[in-house]
Design a protein around this ligand. Structure first.
Ligand SMILES: C[S@@+](CC[C@H](N)C(=O)[O-])C[C@H]1O[C@@H](n2cnc3c(N)ncnc32)[C@H](O)[C@@H]1O
Length: 151
């Protein structure tokens, strides 16, 4: 079943016809395809830029990602994509029924955007982040507070 579905999807998106290679340029001499440099902002979600969220969170997240004199490139292998819309995080926290005094285990806080909403709701957050750069970023973002325990 799966292969035929995949074929059906492929048939909905036909590839544009390739231009035939110039006879003067042998295949092994063709220049590589253009590949633009990945800008850090293009590699993260831009939910806030659609007008649906808090602009401050978007800008502070981008600043955090590029702090410490480095260019953060999200790692696909770690599923690194980040929520930039503070309102969505607030809705997630409300939907989960997180209340003052709750203890929440957050696996993979990333930039700490959901962490911020959890802390604002009065929860104590135990955050476990595998990427040491992201872990540093979260520590820097919130400073030392009894409400956040990072690992
Ligand atoms: C989808 S991103 C985080 C999203 C974040 N909660 C937000 O709202 O922006 C997933 C995070 O989990 C981290 N991560 C991936 N594998 C992990 C693991 N095994 N243990 C802890 N953190 C992990 C990644 O480094 C990344 O920061």
């Amino acid at each position: 079943i799966l292969p035929s579905k995949m074929l059906a999807l492929t048939s909905l998106s036909p590839r544009p016809a390739r231009p035939s290679p110039s006879p003067a340029t042998p295949p092994h001499r063709r220049p590589p395809p253009p590949c633009g440099r990945i800008r850090p902002t293009s590699a993260v979600s831009t939910a806030a830029s659609d007008g649906g969220g808090a602009a401050d969170d978007y800008h502070s997240t981008i600043r955090s990602l590029n702090s410490h004199g480095r260019r953060h490139v999200p790692r696909k292998s770690l599923g690194q994509n980040y929520m930039l819309n503070a309102r969505v995080n607030e809705e997630l926290v409300a939907a989960a029924g997180v209340e003052e005094g709750d203890v929440v285990l957050e696996i993979g806080p990333g930039t700490g955007s959901l962490t911020a909403a959890l802390l604002a709701a009065g929860a104590t957050v135990v955050a476990v982040e595998k990427d040491k750069h992201m872990a540093t970023l979260v520590r820097d973002r919130f400073g030392s507070t009894e409400q956040l325990k990072g690992h």
